[in-house]
Write a protein that binds this ligand. Structure first.
Ligand code: HEM
Length: 472
């Protein structure tokens, strides 16, 4: 192991460090954190992974330009050599696409009434679907996925689908398949030498290469069809949605030799909106249901606040947010304890540099250990307890403690959808708990252990619940 690197596990040539244990990945990382402290490395295959376990260090690193690039991973490349869109790109392409999307989300009404109304309408469908099974033992309904996807469809293409719609069902299925297949592609990133020792057909079979291409092509077709329809009906003076606005800007920049705007690039911005914006929001709200079912006192307090600010079933708008500190506190506390994106999205060192007094070589991949940070007792008193009150000041006002909290990341690549996600979570929480109470089935309790079978998400276990209609 070269001198000056952070402490940690270097392991064997080609394969790196293999923990011979039946502990899961998160547990192994936690053990290494205990052993080595706030910054340590783990060589996996030929990749040097550096884990950061202190909030201040993550904030410093992710605010520095040399850590703003993404790893050069096949998993991050969608279909071709050059990554496109936002979440996997860097340089001018990333800068332009990120700026465009942030502006779009703001102009389309992130935080404004038009989008709030669309979110309310979609949430009414979720409410209807829960009402159908009220009083019986059920899982969180599929309609939650449909609701979240429809909000994105509304924003990007002014569309919405019914839960029964075959196209939408195929879309949901393809998204799930894509996430599973991406885990296979990761083999190529960590053990690239496999390609040189295996016959091509076998290597491709191992990676499920043809299946991945097939799923990607289907998504591309969906989005290209949508873009074509928009081109045919575009009124440049009245852009309806994100696709229209992109087309207008693409036309305005068509003579600029430096432009990164193209129909092909737009396809991947749409990819990002759906992939980064749906599973994240669905899983956060699912965790919120779990924590409220397990904490009836917190649920009663939340409902008392909803009933006081929104009497007689009035629908929530963002105007009410400042008068609902406990609701905000519950949402933040759920995001803290669930630590959904437990290793964030990886960043890469663009050149040789230093961090925390250690050498970080070009190409090293940095991960923030979100679970360690959001449970760090340097920032949180009794971190394992679910305590929404920790977000309230002495006057009962919501106070956004930022230190030690990074569900949306931090620094230059912080999530572009944070305000949208917060607005969705606020509307869903107020509308659903205004109408229903949630509890575990009689005689059962809620399993709050995370499902750690995936790499990117710390999902909730598939709990069953009983939703009971509230009398007003
Ligand atoms: C509760 C919901 C959400 C959570 C927990 C979440 C979390 C995150 C995290 C941890 C990152 C990585 C930050 C980094 O690289 O350091 C990220 C990036 C991103 N998120 Fe979100 N997100 C959520 C919702 C959304 C929504 C609704 C959208 C858009 C519709 C969105 C779009 C993006 C995009 C495009 C990026 C990439 C940003 C970049 O690379 O510059 N996210 N998000």
């Amino acid at each position: 192991k070269p001198a000056g690197l952070p402490p940690g596990k270097w392991g064997l040539p080609l394969v790196g460090y293999i923990p011979w244990t039946n502990k899961n990945f998160e547990e192994v990382v936690m053990d290494l954190h205990k052993q080595y402290g706030d910054i340590f490395l783990w060589r996996m295959g030929n990749q040097l992974l550096v884990f950061l376990n202190d909030y201040k260090m993550v904030k410093e690193a992710f605010s520095r330009p040399e850590f703003t690039v993404r790893p050069d991973w096949e998993t991050f490349k969608t279909y071709e050599e050059t990554p496109r869109g936002i979440s996997t790109t860097h340089g001018v392409m990333w800068h332009n696409n990120r700026r465009f999307t942030l502006r779009q989300l703001r102009d389309l009404g992130m935080g404004k009434s038009s989008l709030v109304e669309a979110v309310q309408q979609q949430c009414l469908k979720l409410r209807d679907s829960i009402a159908k099974d009220a009083g019986t033992t059920v899982a969180i309904p599929l309609q939650l996925h449909v609701t979240v996807l429809n909000i994105i469809w509304h924003m990007v293409a002014s569309k919405q689908f019914d839960a029964e719609d075959k196209r939408l069902q195929e879309f949901v299925h393809l998204m799930e398949e894509f996430v599973i297949l991406s885990n296979r592609t990761a083999l190529q990133d960590f053990l690239p030498w496999l390609e040189s020792i295996m016959p091509d057909f076998l290597f491709k079979r191992l990676l499920k290469y043809h299946e991945v291409i097939d799923v990607k092509e289907k998504f591309i077709c969906y989005f290209q069809e949508e873009i074509k329809e928009h081109i045919a009906t575009l009124d440049p003076d009245n852009p309806r949605d994100l696709i229209d606005s992109y087309l207008v800007e693409m036309e305005a920049k068509k003579d600029d030799p430096e432009t990164t705007y193209s129909e092909w690039d737009l396809v991947f911005i749409l990819f990002d909106m759906f992939f980064a914006g749906s599973e994240t929001t669905v899983n956060t709200f699912t965790w919120l249901c779990c924590y409220l079912a397990a904490n009836p006192q917190a649920q009663l307090k939340l409902q008392a606040e909803i009933d006081e600010v929104l009497p007689n079933g009035a629908l929530p708008t963002l105007m009410e947010k400042s008068r609902m500190p406990y609701t905000e506190a519950v949402i933040n506390e759920v995001m803290r304890v669930c630590a959904l994106v437990n290793f964030g999205l990886q960043h890469m060192a663009a050149n040789n540099t230093t961090l925390g007094g250690y050498t970080i070589p070009k190409g090293a991949v940095l991960s923030a250990t979100v679970t360690s940070i959001q449970y760090d007792n340097r920032y949180w008193d009794q971190p394992k307890e679910f305590k929404p009150e920790r977000w309230l000041d002495d006057n009962g006002k919501f106070s956004m403690t930022k230190e030690g909290f990074l569900p949306f990341g931090v620094g230059k690549r912080v999530c572009v959808g944070e305000s949208l996600a917060r607005m969705e979570l606020f509307v869903f929480t107020t509308m659903i708990f205004q109408s229903f109470s949630i509890s575990p089935p009689p005689g059962k309790s809620v399993n709050l252990s995370p499902d750690l079978s995936g790499f990117f998400f710390r999902k909730a276990m598939s709990n069953k619940f009983v939703f009971t209609e509230r009398k007003h």
